[in-house]
Ligand binder design. Sequence first.
Ligand SMILES: [Mn+2]
Length: 466
Amino acid sequence: MIYLLVSDDTLFHRIASATVLQDKAVWTWAGPKKNGAAWDGPGRPFWGDPSAPETFAAVEPESEAVALVYLHDPQLAHAAVEAVATSRPGVKVLVTTVNGELGGLARQNVRRVSWTDVVGDRLEQEMARVRTLERLAAVREILGPAESVALLLQPEPDPDGIASALALRQVLRRNRATAPLVTFAGVTRPENVAMLRLLEIDLEVIRPEDLSRFDRVAMLDVQPNVLQGLVDQVDVVIDHHPEQKGYSARFRDIRSSHGATSTILTEYCVAAEVALSQKLATALLYGIKSDTLFLDREVSKADILAFVHLYPLVNTNVLRRIEKPEIPASAFAAFGRALGRIALTRGFAFVHLGRVEREDVIPQMAELALQLEGAEWSAASGVFGGNVVISVRNAGYQRAAGSVVKALFGEIGCAGGHQAMAKAIVPLRFFRERFGSTAALSLSAAMTKAFLDEIEPLGPNGNGRR
Ligand SMILES: [Mn+2]
């Protein structure tokens, strides 16, 4: 298949060759006569009278052809379309018009499109790219000269934040030493743990006061006020959540129209022509996918464009392994033993795994336990190192899991979380003091009572708390 570009418009040449004709075999009409000037248009040139079918018939006559026609003079355009359309068997003609002229051209092998349809999208993209480059220049000006830049993410960062930080690091041409990913609490969700492991991403858990070690701080996928006073001044904020007040930043790029911060950073990479490695593309795509529920929620055209851009660069095998994190064989045995003892009491499912080799099997078990028929809440516990680790899930619409674990374990350990998921880590000694033995049976009874006392806001008669 060859493409015949028949136009006297340089912009049209450029748009067509940068979009639909990219990587195609292109022949471009270069004027009525060869005049000796070196050809600098797209593809290979051919010459001749554009209103004569022979002009087009002579170009690789055996190949099938599609012709793109856009000529300023409507009469010449009309004649050229007639000539191309009859020039060779099977030729298809796409003609671009400015004001819908050439209405008289009714041939089966001719289609018309308007100039604004052809140029509009491309021009819009180019304009957006110019604006992105301006933002990028501002970010580079602030962060570029610094010795070290902290890429600060929310506590328990999600894939969108992690991917965005990786992309910003790439855009700044920095490495893990001069621009580490930092957070005040590490990841716990099995998918996120798998993402870090499979894509070999370092995430450093620091204390708020450690931020002073860095020359600059950039926050991604979160704004400082979310950290409730821990950080009130940063250098750069890039986020897609609604713009917040109550903090200062030298530069902010907040776009709540975007479904993910990864979309914004993909635009940065594309605008800056930064090479997207397979690893970075996989992270960014997973960031967009998980924040938009696979483009199902709060998705904009920008998200789709970014997704489409990244998709061919992704390692789908790694992506699948992130989304369905592997469970070690030893954990299956522990799951098997534990599942036989799972206790469901008034919508609360509890299961204790005993000692575990890997901490992330505990939240995986909590997720599974929530799928038990009739479960509205679930908790899984296990002994890891010198601590009891408890993972809590609920099916939504109830009291926040985070506040439940704080009430139950906040005094004897560290506890926190969100609406639907939470985690507590309690040193074994304190745990035994409060709840007794960690033997499965007695633990199950003690935990079930403690959780139900906390979760069920009303007593059996519906009068008052507990
Ligand atoms: Mn996000």
